[in-house]
Design a protein around this ligand. Sequence first.
Ligand code: DX5
Ligand code: ZN
Length: 223
Amino acid sequence: MIPKRTFHDRVIAPSLLAADFSRIGEEVGRAVRAGADWLHLDVMDGHFVDNISFGPDIVQAVRLTTDLFLDVHLMLSRPDHYLQRFIDAGSDLITVHVEADHDVANTLRAIRQSGLQAGLALNPATPLSTVEPFLDQIDLLLCMTVVAGLGGQSFMPEVLEKIAAAAQIRRTRNLSFHIEVDGGIGAVTAARCAVAGANVMVAGSATFRMPDMAAAITAMRMA
Ligand code: DX5
Ligand code: ZN
């Protein structure tokens, strides 16, 4: 009998940022065939972070090619202003940053009222206390393991402590949000994050840029 997957089974979410943008559709297919659980889409506005990646049209294009769970990470100064466009594009979960310029509780509420799951992200330097008031309003907490803005950076081990503290609060407050990590994640760092309490592993370089994505995803799941 195949054991039933539970809420906190490890989820592997390849980040499209590391894919070949000239053939997005095929790249999504490659991730699906390699065993991706979710697809992570990094939206950058050139203001909240320096980089500009892609917007709702690309999210919609991806949606049209796959039924896979779309985990949309908004690195935008005004996520509230752009929210509806990403909802309409077919996102399944939208994550906004606590450091951005918006009423965080309102934005999270708007995401959930649209029937989507809501995520809240914090950068490595941002203390956990900033997200604590919102933990009962989220489906996912994204603990950035690099400073948001760029793929291919090195994992910051100092974030492990914050992940463990978030998992502890989740236990004591009897909550059930996912804990996601993003940045410098591969098999070794995924294992360290899982021990600390994370269960959603976002990886760009360690998936799309590997010669064998299926093997890379399996390694991240098992490590
Ligand atoms: C960084 C992005 C990440 C990035 C991860 O701001 O949020 O999702 O794509 O890339 P790697 O896995 O290459 O560190
Ligand atoms: Zn991301």
